[in-house]
Every structure is written in structure tokens, then in C-alpha cells.
Design a protein around this ligand. Sequence first.
Ligand code: HEM
Length: 492
Amino acid sequence: MALESLLGLETILVLLFTYALYNVIDRTLMSPLRSVPGPWYCAISAIFYKRHTKKGTQLEWIQGLHEIYGPVVRIAPRTVNVCDVDAAYIIHSSHKFVKGQSYAAFNFTGVPNIFSTSDPDVAKTRRKLVLPMFTRSAINEMDEMVMLAGIRPLLLLLEKRAESGSTADLYKLFHYMTFNVIGDIVFGRNFGLLKDGTSSDNMITWMNGMRILHARVCAQRTGVQLYAICMLTSSITRPDACSWSASKQAIRIRRSTENPRADSLQRYLTAMEEEKVERMTDAEIAGDMLMQLSAGSGTTAKCLTWTIYLLSRTPDVRARLLQELQEAVPDNGTEIRHAMVRDLPYLNAVIDESLRVYPVGSGGAPRVVPKGGVELCGKYVPGGTTVLARQYLINHSKEIWKDPATFRPERWLTQDSVHLEKMRRAFFPFSMGVRACVGRELAKMEIRVVVATLVRRFNIEVLPENDMTPICSVTVLPRGGSLVSRLTKRTE
Ligand code: HEM
């Protein structure tokens, strides 16, 4: 009888209740994070954070929490978000705060790459190899390759659409263009995606590989472990395998080529020799190559999408930009090259302002607090806690920016040098410090030339059918996933 009651439903309920109570006390009253403010339910469970992450609404949700609780908020039992520039510098400027476990989702070839590694030594070595790929001088030398693979075919296609009066989904075409560019300079193969807006070179398989990556990252972030089981099926892993074998093939071909051209892949292989990095496997090299494709395509394409969208909503800004471009490139038929527009102040202000309003790389950048903990904005955050200093939230902080939601490029041209310095310090859309973006110069080059060319050559009407509500996944993107527009050629 006694045994029966011991194993009975009541006992199980009591045990469950005790366990739940223990967890609640452990995560609230006993937790070393107890002094960090935040809603009580976030201290107990990560489910609320995960739900918003899954829906893509975490940025506005966390923004709301900061308005209530201040610059440091506990958003999950072991996760803290900070909306403070000094705290962001503490987190990102040294290798002490390593990347968290969630980055393992980017291990395309089964081993860590430049982006996913949490080992500071590996990160330092890989950055030494990758940085020469995208320096200013490297970009200048690759100018013609970028034009040939991406920008010229895009322009040709858009001119055809303008002539025929049909619409163009710029969101899709910008992705094709950025894929083409990385394909050419990193893999030595032109995907030819913009020939007729469709795929050659088995592009659909490549794209699927990227989509799978995206799903894998989301699954990891939202805790859907079941996804891992699906990943075991060969039909799903095939595109990954395809991208990997294509990368290995590119390395093999390059190594047997006698006079290779000076592209990104070649700069990487040369840096390997110069740095005497001998023990890297093909999987590691292929991982770094695929990382460029993943990090360098969607981000740039989305920044282009947001910039064209924002310009379509602000005729005054568009008119001022056009005037600057007409002065810089008087003949409408001239092909715009990077050197012609690189230093145009208003064009650069437009791009910076677009990256301020929609910092596309603001998906997270979580870091782990080192042993011994850290003080952020006067709050002690213990070692092992995941911390995030999201650029989107800092970019929309009323303490730094006047009318933060308004797209106003003029703010970057202010004569108030103190205020300008404050804005510049708070502005890090390419991240900052030891793990900052290595592809920034390439991205800026593509964005400058494409925005300048499109605004100089066309009148662009963005159709109202596009759902441009920003959502946050790995990047900040429009919910509708399109920018269907009608282009007409400008005559002067
Ligand atoms: C508008 C375009 C771009 C934006 C906004 C952007 C933004 C960022 C951000 C915020 C990070 C830090 C992410 C983190 O720590 O989790 C990052 C890292 C990185 N980006 Fe970019 N990126 C852009 C374009 C590119 C391009 C064109 C490439 C290369 C082709 C590239 C390659 C990388 C790599 C390899 C890293 C990892 C660096 C490291 O961990 O050491 N990105 N980027």
C-alpha cells in the first residue's frame, strides 16, 4: 500500500512540482544573474525569447524590454541583451568573449571555419588568410571581375525589363548578383545566374544548400532538435555535399593552374603559403570558401534591397542623390565604375543611413562572458552567460539618434563634429573589433556601384504588393522576401 502511494500520481506530481520550484528558485533568487533586470518569466524560461526568434520579432520585443528595464536586460535564463555602446566595445574588442555554441550551425563542411570557430587561435589564423582577399587594394584589382560577373549582367537584365515594361524582383536579382560575384572571385566559376534570371551551373542545388543552412541555424536557435534527425536523410544533405565537393574541385583546379589570376581564392592560397599554414585540410579550406558565399551574398543583397526601398519612400533624398550622381557622371550612358563614386559624400551617407535603419547583419552576434564575469552598465554578468549587443537596437536608441526611425542621410553630413563622432562610435553594422566583418570593402563597393547605377539610369517604382515589414532571422530581411519594382529608363 505504502509502495503504491510512493509511485502513485500524487507523488509524481509532488516530485514534478518540487523540481519546477527548485528550477524557479535556482534561476531567480539563487541565480548569479538575479541583479540583471528583466521580466520574471524570462528568468525562468527561454521559451519567450525562442518564440520571438522563431517569428522573427525578437528585435522589437527586446527593444520594448529595454524601454522598460534599461540598457541591460535578461531575455532568457542565461542570456542577456545590452543596448549600450561602451558595453558593445567591451564585448567585441577582445578575444576573451568567444562566439557561442550556436555558431556550430555554420560548420558547412563539418569543421569550424573563419566565421563559426570559437577558438581565438583558429580565428586569428583564419583571419590572416582571409583578410588579404578583401583589402581595399584587392577590391580595386578585382573591380573588372566584379563588374563582369555581377554588375553588368544585372544592368543588362534590368534594361531589358525596363524596355519591355515588365517588372523585376530586385530582391531576387540582387541575391543572384552577389552570388555570381562570390562564385567568380572565390570559386573561380561564374554561376551565370543573371543571364535570363534563371539558373545555370546547378545553381538551384547551391541555393538549396544555403536554404538548408538557414533552416539549420533557425532550428538551432529555436531549439528544434528534431531537425537534426531530418538532416541525416541524404536528400536533404545532398546540396551541402554538392557545395562542398564543388569547393574542393575549385581548390584542386587552382592548385594545378600555372598562372592563376589574382582573385580572392588565389589570395587565400598565397596567404597560406606566406603564413606557412600547412596543416589545413581541404574541408577547412572549403569551409572558409563556403563561408564567403554565405556571409557575402545575402547580407549585401539585403542591404541593396533596403536602400532601394528606402529611396523609393523618400523622394527628396532620391532627388538629392540623383543630383550628386548627375554631377559626378554627367553622361547617362557612361558605365559607372567604383572609382567614380567611391568618395561621393551623399551616396555614402545614403548607404550608411540605410545600414543604420536596417543593419542587415544584426541577427545576433552572441558572445560568451569569460570566467570571472564582467560588469556591463553597472550590472554584474557572470561567466558563461551569453551576451548580445545588437546593432539594430543601438541604431534605434533615442539617446544617440534624433528620430531614430527616420531615414535621413543628412545626419551623417552634420558639421557638429562631436555629435558625428558619437554617431560614428555607435555605428558598427559590420560588427567591430577582433571578429569584425572581413568582406566590408567588397560589400561597400558592390553597394555603391549598384545604387549609383540604378538611381542614375532608372526611375524605380517599388510596387505596393511587397511586404517590407522587417523581420530578423540570420539577417534583417523584409517579411515578404521580394522587392517587385517597375523600372523606366531615365533620359537625361
Ligand atoms: C552589407 C554587407 C555585410 C554586412 C552588413 C556584414 C555584416 C557582418 C557582421 C555584423 C559580422 C559579425 C557577425 C558575428 O559576429 O556574428 C560579419 C562577419 C563576417 N563577414 Fe560580413 N557583412 C557583409 C558582407 C560580407 C561580405 C561581402 C563578406 C565576404 C565575401 C563577408 C564575410 C564575413 C566573414 C567571413 C565574417 C566572419 C569574421 C570573423 O568571425 O572573424 N561579409 N559580417
